[in-house]
Design a protein around this ligand. Structure first.
Ligand code: SF4
Length: 445
């Protein structure tokens, strides 16, 4: 059960010595309760108090790491049900299943396709995170060969999938020191799988069809000394799965029910490619920490990664670009100047359209605290005065010799005032960014 600031304070030495960098023990306790400071900042906590405080300081959903090195996947450590309450911290890992019955060539082809699934969106790289090797053959040697092949061809973390502990051990021998996800412990094999998890220092998926059975199994696995877990509720329909995930999240966060305080994994069951993408995206939204799917068409994966990117941004901090004058193409001092705000999505949309016009141009991004054009205008963050000030501050006169600027069509109402404030000739541009290519090409004729 998480302790309140006052509960924590009662366990501290209460000397107000300031060694932790806070003026009082109470101030430190409040920061500890808000998880903004680590307990070890206070060097005077007694061993008994430490025990109680350390469990209070544990996150309600454990952080689990799959893989090692730069590509490692960290999931869990979430603290809220809804992103607007704070934010979600560790984006869902998206993984792809490869079966060990594929020919070597088909396996290599599949890995190549998975490696190409990375995209750039609003200035950020969005990519996939995991390869799941499924032992369909039931043959340890075939499984080991598949694992070897994937390891040689990709740096992505692995999940090894088989219910047979002996086969799993053969696969794990190939991945020593790489902390793959062991999938999965069931009520039949949990002792052996827990043993492997300890021996190979690898996190373990615990799987049971109902929450009651899962709870019992988690307790059994914990008793075996394994606490790096990922939870699975087996094959079932999308609504049932979402219900499971929501209940487990609620119990972990709202009831401090530590047994379900682990990330969850979903294996996509749909076989229709479109439904597969929809199912995976739904799991990203509610509340899967890892989603494994078969389809790897870019058109299926990009929407899933886009949804994930949007869900895992801080809702209090819109994605922003630096307010500055961006040069698109081989600009000269005669190139047109477009004005927009510094909201990432707006900027990159405008940038993409300017690029596709093939007309070199400047884009002035005014500081609107990351709001889009209309929102910033409505909030008085994108006004004739602020735009004119941006021209001055960003040194527009040093970049161009002409006196024309292009204002987004949606705020054409600002054009008269902007001419007064900046002394420039204002041309009203298209309302939608999609109109920019034709607009610029006509302008440059
Ligand atoms: S270091 Fe410990 S005892 Fe000293 S003020 Fe901070 S919390 Fe209190």
């Amino acid at each position: 059960m998480a302790l309140s600031g006052l509960g924590i304070y009662k366990l501290l030495p209460k000397t107000n010595c300031k060694d932790c960098g806070f003026p009082t023990c109470l101030a430190f306790a409040m920061q500890l309760a808000a998880k903004k400071v680590a307990l070890d900042k206070c060097p005077h906590v007694s061993e008994t108090a430490k025990k109680s405080l350390e469990s209070a300081a544990e996150p309600p959903i454990k952080l689990i790491t799959v893989g090692v090195g730069e590509a490692k996947l960290e999931v869990g450590n979430e603290t809220v049900m809804f992103r607007h309450e704070e934010k979600f911290y560790h984006p869902t890992g998206i993984g792809f299943s490869i079966e060990d019955t594929l020919s070597e060539d088909d396996m290599k082809k599949s890995i190549d396709e998975i490696k190409k699934l990375n995209f750039e969106r609003v200035g950020q790289k969005i990519e996939v995170n995991l390869i799941s090797v499924l032992c369909k053959s039931g043959d340890g040697n075939k499984f080991a060969n598949a694992v070897k092949l994937v390891l040689a061809a990709s740096d992505l973390p692995l999940a090894l999938v088989t219910d047979d502990a002996q086969v799993m051990k053969i696969g794990l021998e190939e991945t020593k020191g790489k902390a793959p996800l062991i999938c999965r412990a069931t009520k039949e094999n949990f002792k052996e799988m827990a043993g492997l998890s300890k021996e190979y220092k690898a996190p373990l998926v615990v799987s049971a069809p109902s929450l009651e059975e899962l709870e019992a199994l988690i307790k059994n696995v914990n008793t075996e000394g394994v606490r790096d877990l990922v939870l699975d509720t087996g094959k079932k329909g999308l609504p049932e799965k979402i219900w499971d995930f929501t209940q487990m999240r609620k119990l972990a966060l709202k009831k401090s029910f530590r047994t379900f305080g682990y990330p969850v994994i979903a294996f996509v069951e749909s076989t229709n490619p479109l439904e597969e993408a929809i199912e995976a995206t739904t799991y990203v939204a509610k509340y899967a920490s890892i989603v494994v799917m078969k389809g790897r068409n870019p058109w299926q994966v990009l929407p899933i990664l886009t949804a994930r990117q949007n869900i895992y941004t801080d809702p209090q901090k819109p994605l922003q670009v630096e307010p500055k004058i961006y040069e698109i193409g081989q600009v000269t001092d005669k190139s047109p100047v477009l004005i927009t705000t510094n909201f990432s999505l707006t900027y990159y949309t405008v940038e993409g359209e300017v690029e596709s016009s093939k007309v070199p141009a400047f884009i002035v991004t005014c500081d609107s605290e990351g709001m889009s054009v209309l929102t910033a205008w409505a909030a008085d963050k994108f006004t004739a005065e602020t735009i004119a000030q941006s021209f001055e501050k960003l040194g527009l006169k040093d970049k161009v010799k002409h006196n024309e600027v292009i204002l987004p069509g949606y705020v054409s109402v600002l054009s008269g005032k902007l001419e007064e404030e900046s002394g420039k000739k204002v041309i009203v541009g298209p309302r939608e960014a999609s109109g920019i290519p034709v607009f610029l090409r006509n302008l440059s004729k």
